[in-house]
Structure formats: C-alpha cells, structure tokens
Design a protein around this ligand. Structure first.
Ligand code: Q0Z
Length: 286
C-alpha cells in the first residue's frame, strides 16, 4: 500500500490521492461561520457530515451516478472515484435566502430566473430553480446565468447538470421536510468519468453544502435560524466579534449544543442512531 498524497485543503476538509483513479476525502471537526474557521472543533461533526453525505449518495444512486466507492471505518473518510470536475457550482434553491434573496431584491431575478413580484426573504419559491455559480479560487462564488454556465461546460452538459441537480434537490427536500427539516438550498459539484458520463462528486446534501432550517420555526419575512449553526452564530454575535480572522473560541455549552444539533440532523434524516454509525459506518449505505 502506498501513502496518500495530499492534494488540497478545503475550509474544513482534506483531499488526498490514493492512486490514479481514487481520492480520499476526509472531513474534520472544524466549523466555519461568517466564512471564518473557528479555533474550536465540534466533536463528531466530520463523522455526521460524512455519514449524511454517504446516506444521500446511497439513496440517490438511481437518480444519478456518484463518486462514492467506500466509507472507511473511522466514519469521516470516504474513498471516491476521481473525476474531471466541472468548473461550475450547481446550486438549487427552493427558498429565497442568501445571495438569492440579495439578487432578487435588487433585480427581481436570480441567475436569469425572473421571479414573481412581492416575495419575502425566506419565501418558498413556486418551483426550485437552478442557480449556477462560478468556482472562485479566492473569496466568494459568483452567481452566473444559465447562458454563462452553458458557455463554460457546454449546452448539453449544462442541461444534464440542471436536470440532475433539480431531481436530487427535490428528492432530498421532500425526504427532509417529512422529517422536520427544510433544505432551503444546496450546492452540488459534478464531474465526468473517463467515459464522459456525468457523476455527482464532493459532499452532497449536508448542512455544510446546504441551508438546513428547522421546519417548526419556519416564518418567512426574515432570515431563518440555521438548524446546525445557530448557537455558534448567536454566540459570535454576542461577543461583538468583527467576523474577520481569527474567530472566537467557543465555550463548552455552545460546542455541546451545536454537536447535539448535528447529531439530531443525522438521526432525523437517516433514522439511524448516531452511535450505530460510529460503531459501523456502513449502516448508512443500507
Ligand atoms: C473535490 C475539495 C476537499 C479540498 C476536487 N471525485 C473527485 N474527483 C476530482 N476532484 C474532486 C473530487 Cl470530489 C474534488 N474538491 C473539493 C474537497 C478539500 C477541495 F476535501 N476538489
């Protein structure tokens, strides 16, 4: 066995090459808020996100091929098929939040989708919309129109990525809604395999790649609480932190509350006790 070669770091994940065909994706327990990684870990966060992503990959295989090859016994590492990644982020929005809300307020449109007048922040959209973004190497992803995205990946690829993204979102959003979680929006990353087939990569339908809202607190007309990060945000606001590096250390009660929310999301969505996942991660693949 040869050693994995480190290929890159995300804010909270690491990527390694196992061989020419396979990558290793490792999710840490780091947490970011307001785009800054905090100095305090949330124990088991990496396991929760890895388990959730694997759960969705297993349940959406009939909708769309994905890169998952194996889930390692540590519960935070996945072996993945190495793909040629598309240069766009495939975002689907079912609700009006974040940059979607910002763009709508100033133009009445999001990524070229003209929306009904009079929508409020966090309103449910008449139908989910595909709102691609460029992958910014530094700073923030930038929303682009379908035409701009199609120019980057080709019209046929674009149409396929849009169709698959909407189908994946629709499936997961319905599934989650029945379990008390609103998936307001989500970001997919697709690549192509050696035969040119489109394959879902990266992480999918986790709280780090999506906005999860508690359905029982849903009240459009303002920003919604985050299912997972609200304790962290509330604490950060209360400290008066200016939201630039470095972020504040988190007190033990905020860590414990946040860890409990991640585990709650995992258990509600998968229907599996998190302790069973830690004992044997393969349980999410069933
Ligand atoms: C994912 C990323 C991370 C840093 C490249 N199956 C794949 N094939 C080729 N490339 C990728 C994947 Cl998932 C790929 N990223 C995002 C993840 C650390 C960057 F854990 N970059």
């Amino acid at each position: 066995m040869t050693d994995a070669v480190h290929l890159g770091s995300g804010k909270v994940r690491e990527l390694y090459a196992l061989d020419a065909e396979r990558l290793l994706l490792v999710a840490s327990d780091r947490i970011s808020t307001f785009d800054v990684v905090l100095p305090t870990d949330i124990p088991d966060k990496g396991r929760v996100l890895t388990g959730l992503s694997a759960f969705w990959f297993a349940r959406t295989r009939s909708l769309c091929a994905n890169h998952l090859l194996a889930l390692r016994p540590d519960g935070r590492s996945t072996e993945c098929r190495r793909l040629q990644m598309l240069p766009i982020e495939c975002v689907v929005r079912g609700y009006l939040a974040g940059s979607g809300w910002k763009d709508y307020r100033t133009t009445g449109e999001v990524c070229g989708h003209r929306l009904p007048a009079g929508l409020k922040e966090s309103d449910k959209l008449p139908t989910p919309i595909f709102t691609p973004a460029t992958k910014a190497t530094s700073g923030h992803d930038e929303n682009i129109t379908g035409a701009q995205a199609a120019a980057l990946v080709g019209a046929e690829r674009f149409a396929e990525a849009e169709r698959l993204s909407i189908a994946l979102y629709q499936f997961a959003a319905d599934y989650a809604r029945a379990r008390g979680i609103i998936i307001a929006d989500t970001k997919f990353e697709f690549g192509t395999d050696r035969d040119g087939r489109l394959v879902l990569g990266d992480e999918a339908l986790t709280p780090d790649s999506s906005r999860f809202w508690p359905a029982d607190q849903y009240a459009p007309g303002g920003a919604q609480p985050s299912f997972d990060k609200q304790y962290v945000r509330d604490f950060c606001e209360k400290t008066g932190w200016n939201k630039t590096y470095p972020g504040p250390e988190l007190p033990t009660d905020v860590v414990a509350g946040t860890r409990a929310r991640y585990i709650e999301a995992f258990e509600r969505l998968t229907g599996i006790a998190f302790a069973r996942y830690v004992d044997n991660p393969q349980v999410v693949l069933g």
